[in-house]
Design a protein around this ligand. Structure first.
Ligand code: 3PG
Length: 306
């Protein structure tokens, strides 16, 4: 009997775990679970027997892939799969999938929540500002970007976007203004929301050249990955531009410098929180379990990314 492991260092809501377990068992497979694990060896003790794994931001390195001889499929219950060594997986003929769109509303709500929090001075009791009428630039118009646009328009923001891969007409039909480049987005918008994946091309791509072009009262909103930021140049800009603020759903490596020097101009969630809602956990978890069942029963590889 195939063994399907749910491996989450940051656990799903209990309801999501129960739903995944039910799908796995009702489909005639065995369900394994490891949550809150503290080391790779702890993970491997369970994963070494698995035929399939459902993960979140859990690291599936070459070491992990090679230590699991029965592994046939890994599904990242979420969007970004930069935590999986795709080459190592492909070399062992392990299929890797994600579950696009399933947690994107949760991430978008957090992005807007952090923007309100910052606009109101981190709820410090003093007079803040409103989002209404402000320009928001969305960098990459995927599932999260699209949800951010929808919610931001509800706030009365003027929404812009740039995405090199999405046809202009698809963005414009959401009443979002399309600009011609990343640089133009930064030049135009007081708020910029980063929604690009971390790839070799995008790592450290948010740099001084872009940030320095932002209008007065600039706020960078990062619900993507810390790796896309050039932290040294961001710090340089925080020093030069006293109006610049940075809010992020993942602590940067230089968080201690922010704490020491830029109090009131930053906010970082203590642990990645974007997808951490019951609804997103259930949606992404159920999708992942169904994708694995479909793969084993019908050979379906629809969401394969490697
Ligand atoms: C994603 O890529 O789907 C998000 O960053 C969520 O990651 P998480 O499942 O680790 O919270």
């Amino acid at each position: 009997m195939k063994k399907i492991l749910l491996a989450t260092e940051k656990p799903f809501a209990a309801e999501a775990v129960e739903s995944i377990k039910k799908i796995v068992i009702d489909s005639g497979f065995e369900f394994l679970l490891i949550e809150n694990y503290k080391s790779v060896s702890e993970l491997l003790d369970v994963a070494k027997n698995a035929n399939a794994m459902i993960i979140r931001s859990d690291i599936v390195s070459k070491e992990v892939v090679n230590a699991c001889p029965n592994l046939e499929i890994v599904v990242r219950a979420g969007a970004g799969y930069d935590n999986v060594d795709l080459n190592a997986a492909s070399a062992k003929k392990v299929v890797v999938m994600n579950t696009p769109g399933q947690n994107s509303n949760a991430v978008a709500e957090l992005a807007l929540g952090m923007m309100v929090f910052m606009a109101r001075g981190l709820f410090n009791g003093k007079s803040g500002t409103e989002l209404k009428g402000k320009k928001l630039g969305i960098l990459a118009y995927g599932n999260v970007g699209k949800n951010i646009a929808r919610i931001a328009k509800g706030f009365g923001m003027e929404v812009y976007a740039f995405d090199a891969f999405v046809p202009k007409a698809n963005i414009e039909k959401d009443n979002v203004k399309v600009v011609g480049s990343t640089q133009e987005l930064f030049e135009t918008c007081q708020y910029v929301s980063l929604n690009i994946p971390a790839t070799e091309q995008t790592k450290k791509s948010i740099n001084k050249a872009l940030i320095s072009k932002m209008p007065k009262g600039a706020v960078i909103v990062n619900t993507a990955r810390k790796e896309i930021i050039n932290e040294a140049e961001l710090l340089e800009m925080m020093e030069i531009r006293k109006d610049l603020k940075y809010i992020s759903d993942i602590e940067p490596d230089c968080k201690d410098i922010f704490a020491e020097k830029y109090a009131g101009r930053f906010y970082f969630t203590p642990k990645k929180m974007g997808a951490q809602t019951e609804e997103a956990n259930v949606n992404a978890g159920i999708a992942a379990a169904n994708q694995i069942v479909n793969f084993f029963k019908n050979g379906d590889t629809k969401f394969k990314v490697n």
